[in-house]
Design a protein around this ligand. Structure first.
Ligand code: PMP
Length: 433
């Protein structure tokens, strides 16, 4: 039974004074007042297990992160025009997690701003303007990031595709033309990027950059097929472009086997964009580039960012890296993710509505279909499943171009007990459909 009576004045005041084009999750609205690791608490004292909020990577209000930020904000918070140890310590710590060629950091306050900056740098470096993106991708909410996001510009109210943006096929081996069983699927999807570089060449142009997530988030929780990025990066570099990896959703050990998503594909990007988990929910993001790209960007025009790289953000970033390491969160994500995915695959044998289970570590998708042959998306069933599971205290979200993918990307402390319960409630939800 849906009853938002308690919140009617809050909802009305929000509608009057806060930007309106934002949907609030769930039919029965939630007023969350406190968080601790993988748990959220509402104003009525109910506890929820958060299966969604990857920005709270180390866990909501992780005590080590909180303490370090509290100490710093009580000491100094200012811009980066003074010398300070934190920014250098953090840049060294962060680049130590990357291949040696990725050595120079720029700190921003959101993933959108970071992607925007990455594109500017790619354009400086190449002298070109055109950008190749993947269909259905989302890279952020600034004007440039929106231009790179078919998920936004192609949707209702969107401004459409700009002529300098080129959409390549989403390498979706479940739903796309080349399937899981096709060992050459990666290469075949990459050929669509080569098609675009060929068309640009005919028009006497070249790509400034290719950008994609290293596992596709908004595109539907899709791991890239083998050999996809090596082939794409080869085509882009042959055409003189720069390869950008958007690690905003998947970076920082979430995928278990590796610290970064691009490592799954055994490639080295020219630019890596990070956000969400990097500051455990604090507004911090980063662009990390090669020395050559940093030099080209340093062309006399200053780059200054009032809040980017401030001592409190840097304290948060350092604390997150420390906690990931001291609590062995990457290994935990690998073990817990495999456990949960195995459970989902068992449910898949019982319930035909689960068409596909995919992911790495704690970045998991389960695609729901009405029919495993036609792949007709299971809508509205998926919403019923999400609402049922929520009524049992587990918060899930949905994603993908057809809104039929259950999206699981919890704070990293999510554990096997949480997985067991989630699987139980999912099973109940499927049996009730
Ligand atoms: N890139 C990706 C892949 C994202 O998922 C997002 C946010 N959903 C962004 C960039 C933009 O980040 P932000 O919301 O911090 O601006």
């Amino acid at each position: 039974l849906i009853n938002n009576e308690d919140y009617s004045s809050l909802l009305a005041e929000r509608a009057a004074h806060v930007g309106r084009n934002l949907s609030i999750s769930y039919r029965q609205k939630l007023k969350i007042v406190r968080g601790a690791l993988q748990y959220l608490y509402d104003d009525k004292g109910n506890t929820y297990v958060d299966c969604v909020n990857n920005p709270s990577h180390a866990g909501h209000c992780h005590p080590v992160v909180v303490k370090r930020m509290q100490k710093q904000i009580a000491t100094l918070n200012t811009n980066t025009r003074y010398l300070h140890d934190h920014i250098v310590d953090y840049a060294k710590k962060l680049t130590a997690k990357l291949p040696p060629s990725l050595s120079v950091c720029y700190f921003t306050n959101s993933g959108s701003e970071a992607n925007d900056l990455a594109i500017r740098m790619a354009r400086h470096f190449t002298g070109q303007k055109d950008i190749i993106v993947l269909d259905h991708a989302y890279h952020g909410t600034s004007t440039v990031a929106m231009e790179m996001s078919p998920y936004k510009f192609d949707s209702k109210g969107g401004f459409g595709k700009m002529p300098w943006i080129h959409k390549a096929q989403n390498p979706d081996t479940y739903r796309g033309p080349y399937k899981y069983a096709d060992a050459d699927a990666g290469k075949k999807y990459a050929a669509d990027v080569q098609r675009i570089t060929g068309e640009l060449k005919q028009a006497n142009k070249a790509p400034a950059a290719f950008i994609c997530e290293t596992l596709l988030g908004v595109g539907g929780q899709i791991p890239l097929p083998a050999n996809y990025l090596p082939e794409v990066y080869k085509h882009i570099r042959n055409a003189g472009g720069v390869c950008i990896a958007d690690e905003v959703q998947v970076g920082f050990g979430r995928i278990g086997d590796h610290f970064w998503g691009f490592e799954l594909q055994d490639v080295i990007p020219d630019i890596v964009v990070m956000g969400k988990p990097i500051g455990n929910g604090h507004p911090l993001a980063a662009v990390v580039v090669t020395n050559e790209i940093a030099d080209a960007f340093n062309n006399g025009l200053e780059y200054f960012n009032t809040f980017g790289g401030n001592p409190v953000s840097m304290a948060a970033g350092i604390a997150v890296l420390d906690v990931i390491e001291s609590e062995q969160m990457q290994q935990h994500a690998k073990d817990t993710g495999e456990y949960l995915m195995n459970g989902l695959r068992q449910l898949m044998q019982q319930y035909t509505i689960i068409g596909d289970v995919r992911g790495h570590g704690l970045f998991i998708g389960a695609e729901l279909v009405k029919d495993r042959t036609t792949l007709e998306p299971a809508i509205p069933e998926i919403d019923k499943v999400v609402e049922y599971v929520k009524s049992k205290g587990y918060l899930l979200s949905t994603d993908g171009p057809l809104h039929n993918v259950l999206k699981i990307k919890p704070p990293m402390p999510f554990n096997n007990n949480n997985a067991d319960e989630l699987l139980q409630y999912l099973g109940e939800a499927f049996s009730l459909l």
